[in-house]
Design a protein around this ligand. Structure first.
Ligand SMILES: O=C(O)CCC(=O)C(=O)O
Length: 279
């Protein structure tokens, strides 16, 4: 990671690093995911407006398995620290699985507005997407609007509340303004701003080969289409927050700081191999 990469990330809002993780590790990780019933039966399964689903799991706590080890990858975390300019900790991680032909769409959004509601004062957080297997335009790779992180935090708006009764609307607005979760209400990035941003910023398909990684800024506008292809799309996304940016809200959805113990590449591979008999 040199100055050029750091400055590219800050100018464009994202950075792809090819061939970061070895194929053997990615294959072992894929096997673990494929056999993980928590992913298949996940309550986090999300349906888009057409009912197409994206499966996944997410976690905030320290995990002692391969998922946890990769989130603590020494080489990866060192880059996150170089990009954010200081010590980081794992804010959360998740696996996102779009099945062939049914994987759902993700609308244009920024991540920071949600974390802002959880109590992050600054957007000093980023995500790293790890391609467990190839992801391209065909199987719904991540799309970004290059440089759109410079717009700063865009407001979230509530969706689908048009026909709510007065009482229900009041309850929804109260939860929304506090950043809490209300199952009746969906939120999204202000569509008017998104429409304008699409006209001004270059639309990039972040195609990744197996083992490539993609860092993206917490304020970059990103989305992905439905997976209409015959190919699976498996991604691990690890999110890091700067240690001095821990959320001030303790009762919300935020993760408090805890030291991240970095794990060396060989030790991650050992963990992956040791988990094999059990998957
Ligand atoms: O799964 C995807 O394609 C999108 C993931 C995403 O938008 C996110 O993690 O913020």
């Amino acid at each position: 990671m040199d100055k050029h990469h750091i400055s590219k990330f800050h100018t464009e809002g994202y950075l792809i690093i090819p061939q970061f993780f070895p194929q053997e590790l990615m294959e072992l990780l894929k096997k673990k995911c494929q056999h993980d019933s928590a992913i298949q039966d996940s309550p986090l399964t999300q349906a888009d407006s057409k009912g197409r689903v994206t499966k996944g799991i997410s976690w905030k706590e320290k995990r002692d398995d391969l998922y946890g080890a990769i989130s603590c990858s020494e080489n990866l975390v060192n880059i996150a620290e170089a990009l954010l300019g200081g010590e980081v900790y794992n804010w959360h991680s998740k696996i996102r699985y779009k099945e062939p032909e049914v994987g759902g769409e993700v609308e244009w959004h920024q991540d920071y507005p949600y974390w802002y509601k959880s109590g992050l004062l600054r957007p000093d957080a980023l995500s790293c997407m790890i391609a467990i297997e190839r992801t391209n335009k065909e199987n719904a790779c991540l799309e970004v609007l290059k440089g759109s992180h410079k717009m700063g935090r865009i407001d979230l708006t509530m969706r689908g509340a048009e026909n709510f009764s007065k009482d229900k609307l009041l309850k929804a607005l109260t939860t929304f303004s506090r950043g809490g979760h209300n199952p009746d209400v969906q939120t999204g990035t202000d569509p008017e701003r998104v429409e304008e941003a699409i006209k001004r910023y270059e639309h990039v398909y972040c195609e990744l080969e197996q083992g490539d990684i993609l860092f993206f800024h917490s304020n970059i506008l990103h989305a992905s289409s439905a997976n209409k292809s015959k190919f699976h799309r498996w991604l691990l996304i690890c999110t890091y927050n700067r240690f001095d940016n821990e959320p001030y809200k303790k009762d919300c959805d935020g993760t408090p700081y805890s030291t991240l113990h970095k794990i060396a590449p060989n030790d991650i591979l050992k963990i992956a191999r040791s988990e094999m008999p059990t998957v």
